[in-house]
Design a protein around this ligand. Structure first.
Ligand code: GL4
Length: 816
């Protein structure tokens, strides 16, 4: 762009900002204030995107292509403003415009609240996929719920997690476009009624229901500088008019208002459990609410396209179920096709199986969703009937193929009987879909060989793998501008669209000048983070130390405890002077614990208590620091990851389905210490064994140890350093005011069998950490390893994942 044009566009942007401050917000533009000008900028950027968005949506209709519906109860998009600005290629323009008002763009960006509409990896993955669908021009939509309250706001009080309300919509978000004219009626409860149609066939209808309205709220998801803007449609519950009238007619004004409020509760709050659903009625209501609204929208579009018959439905519609949370879709589509569209059961079932595909995101037994037959029968009586009929036909079929195999019928049935009758949502999702995928090679293998072995035998070829990915736009370009610029200066910017180009960096891995520039960028990022930590916690940290990060949800399988045991071990070594010299480290922990997960909350307290002891001990000085950063979220991750030297990916092998934080770190040049779990295995494959710190038992070892013979107490007795660390925890060294406080943690390891094999991996972990320190002492070696990590991460772009889904599962091509 030439200079005069650019001046012109800066001037018109400035005019727009002030116009929005005055006319949209009704505020005085003078003097320029941060909060108002932030919003003025948001509206000005939004204006520039809306045209592209309308154009994209129109192009779908013009080309009548097959569309993808990505259904997810969670999204974690992170802040939007910079994402939009960069997608439009107007960063310089924006910087200049706000600078002219005496403001700083980076400060304005901090005004934006994070939309916390997800728990962790699963929700963030959905947002990376939206970004890639837009950038790869895959025609599609994201569907979910617009929660009023996102994931709780975490504060740390006296070392304990406290949960606060995350009222992110308190001040209307400029990014949420409310579509008051797109409202659908959603039914619940009531009963299924049999009747005879004119041809004398028995049919069913759902009657005496209670209802609520679903209102569409849209958020734009732009592709990177390609003019393509995908829509993310989130539903908000609105009370129905007739629902209120019924009460008004009875003169019950307060009752009418109360029932209005109650029905709107559906979209009030996100359930804060990661990998452990609770069978709560409101949660099932959320699931059906969003499923029913989405299918009405899908059918509305399908009908608009002049369809000739429902047979071509799967040629127009691909629905991806993000975990089992939307799996009730399968019963809902059957209900629509059979009850409302009068299709035969067989035709309807064929359409269903051709339409749906399902992604499994976890093998943890506590995470596999089930709903009691009683609850589904009460809330969704017709759906329960349909589920029973699906099951009856399915088991009939299995029975014919494998006569006499009662065990098989029991293991495959949609209904589990051992704990009261429960519907297994994963089984429904598997049999109602044409394809089921895991999210990393090992995870997909475990699905086929362990968790869903019988299904894999029954349906050869149905199970497949799509390894997760992350968007390089947010996780490198936006989060790490300094590294992006350095990369761009040697290999150009093509990596932004095609991450495999990063491999060209490998040629520079040993180049002393490039190495120095690489180190400077990393040093700068570490300084920025140190400043952030000082601002947030009032704690000073030294950017020259090794930055070691363990940031993710707090869960026993992710083994924050193993890391803590290492920290205590280092602490003891420093205090006893048993190591000649020590590589100074700063340990970063961040992550939320589910509010009802007591052990995880106690782990947070332990991390903080160990931090307090270590940081306050003059014998330690600068050699070891521990910080716990409260309220981990997308924006905080964007600050932490570019400053990391070491990425902790130390889950018990076989338990982390994939992980995506592991990818973000390696992409930004951190080295990984990790187990052979999830996507770690594939990361190690591409970055090379020499550039990855590996330790720990394999998934097969874990399986064997779980089958019997594992004795953590014997390990404890025979390892002096381990014993000392555990004894300090259990005898109150870190909790002198309440010596027994951390007993439950030590009990889980010694008295209760150490299910997550922390003790089994301790010695190897500590030894590998020593190797980490040794490598860090050789800057040329470390920098080379760091460059080679970034250079080889091309595979983990979410563009690659999305194109695999598009080609192999959805059968859609990018728009031209
Ligand atoms: C998760 C997995 O735990 C995580 O390993 C994976 O990366 C993510 C996205 O596939 O999905 N499953 C659930 S449940 N929450 C997750 O974060």
């Amino acid at each position: 762009m030439t200079a005069p044009e650019s001046n012109q566009s800066v001037e018109s942007l400035k005019d727009d900002i002030q116009r929005h401050v005055a006319l949209t917000l009704g505020s005085d533009p003078f003097p320029p204030r941060k909060g108002r000008y932030y919003l003025g900028l948001c509206y000005s950027v939004r204006d520039r995107l809306l045209g592209q968005w309308l154009e994209t949506q129109r192009s779908y209709y013009d080309s009548i292509t097959k569309r993808v519906y990505y259904m997810s109860l969670e999204f974690l998009p992170g802040r939007f403003l910079m994402n939009y600005i960069q997608a439009l290629g107007m960063e310089e323009e924006c910087r200049e415009a706000v600078r002219d008002f005496g403001l700083d763009l980076d400060e304005l960006l901090e005004e934006e609240w994070n939309p916390g509409l997800g728990n962790g990896g699963l929700g963030r993955l959905a947002s990376c996929y939206m970004d890639s669908m837009a950038t790869c021009r895959i025609p599609g939509y994201g569907y979910g719920i617009l929660y009023d309250y996102g994931i709780f706001y975490q504060t740390i009080v006296n070392g304990y997690q406290h949960e606060g309300a995350d009222n992110w919509l308190r001040q209307d978000s400029p990014w949420v476009l409310r579509r008051g004219h797109f409202m659908f009626l959603i039914n619940f409860y009531g009963r299924s009624e049999a009747y005879e149609d004119s041809a004398g066939h028995e049919r069913f209808r759902w009657v005496d229901t209670e209802s609520v309205m679903a209102m569409a709220c849209d958020i734009m998801v732009p592709g990177h500088q390609n003019g393509h803007v995908t829509n993310m449609r989130l539903w908000k519950a609105i009370s129905t008019r007739d629902f209120e009238l019924e009460h008004f007619n009875r003169g019950d004004y307060i009752g009418a208002v109360q029932s209005k409020v109650e029905s709107e509760n559906i979209s009030k709050v996100l359930y804060p459990n990661d990998t452990s659903p609770r069978g709560k009625e409101l949660r099932l209501r959320q699931q059906y609410f969003f499923v029913a609204a989405t299918f009405q929208d899908i059918l509305r579009r399908f009908r608009k396209n002049n369809y000739s018959s429902f047979d071509c439905f799967p040629d127009q519609v691909a629905v991806q179920l993000n975990d089992t949370h939307p799996a009730i879709s399968i019963a809902e589509l059957m209900r629509i096709l059979v009850d409302e569209e009068s299709l035969t059961w067989e035709t309807a079932w064929t359409i269903c199986q051709k339409t749906f595909s399902y992604t499994n995101h976890t093998v943890l037994p506590e995470a596999l969703e089930t709903w009691s037959v009683e609850l589904i029968g009460r809330m969704l009586p017709r759906h329960l009937q349909i589920i029973f009929e699906i099951n009856r036909r399915f088991l009939d079929d299995v029975g014919k193929r494998f006569p006499g195999r009662v065990d098989l019928l029991r293991s495959l049935s949609l209904i589990a009987e051992d704990n009261g009758k429960q519907v297994r949502m994963a089984h429904l999702a598997i049999i109602g879909s044409h394809t089921v995928n895991g999210v990393a090679e090992l995870h997909s293998k475990i699905l086929k060989t362990r968790l869903f072995k019988d299904f894999d035998n029954l349906y050869p070829g149905k199970f497949t793998n799509v390894t997760n990915g992350i968007t390089p736009r947010r996780w490198l370009m936006q989060a790490n501008p300094a590294l992006s610029e350095l990369i761009g200066s040697v290999i150009g910017d093509e990596w932004i669209h095609d991450l495999s180009h990063l491999s060209e960096l490998a040629a520079y891995a040993d180049d002393p000048e490039f190495q120095q520039r690489w180190q400077e960028v990393r040093k700068r990022n570490k300084k920025l983070l140190a400043r952030y930590v000082l601002r947030k916690l009032g704690v000073g940290i030294n950017p020259a130390t090794l930055f070691d990060m363990h940031i993710k949800r707090i869960h026993e399988y992710k083994r924050q405890i193993l890391n803590v045991l290492h920290v205590i071990t280092l602490y003891n070594r420093i205090r006893s002077g048993s190591v000649a010299h020590h590589v100074p480290r700063t340990l970063f922990f961040a992550g939320k614990a589910a509010p009802g997960y007591m052990q995880a909350k106690l782990i947070i307290k332990l991390i903080n208590a160990v931090g307090q002891a270590v940081n306050g001990d003059p014998a330690v000085g600068n050699d070891l620091r521990v910080v716990f950063l409260p309220n981990y979220c997308v924006s905080q991750a964007e600050k932490l990851i570019p400053a990391a030297d070491l990425s902790e990916q130390i889950s018990t092998a076989g338990m982390e389905a994939s992980g995506t934080g592991n990818m973000k770190f390696a992409l930004n040049g951190a080295l990984t210490i990790g187990t052979l779990d999830g996507a770690n295995i594939e990361i190690r494959e591409v970055v090379g064994e020499d550039n990855f710190f590996l330790f720990g038992h394999t998934e097969e070892d874990v399986h064997r140890l779980h089958s019997g013979g594992y004795d953590p107490v014997q390990i404890y007795e025979s390892n002096i350093e381990l014993k000392k660390a555990l004894d300090m925890i259990s005898t109150g060294f870190f909790s002198p005011e309440a010596p027994g406080l951390f007993r439950p943690i030590v009990d889980s390891l010694l008295a209760h069998g150490d299910y997550y094999l922390v003790l089994a991996d301790y010695a190897k972990y500590v030894a590998e950490q020593a190797r980490v320190s040794k490598c860090y002492e050789d800057p040329a070696l470390w920098t080379r390893m760091s460059i080679l990590n970034t250079a080889n991460m091309g595979k983990f772009s979410s563009d690659r994942s999305i194109m695999e889904y598009a080609r192999n599962i959805w059968k859609v091509s990018p728009l031209t």
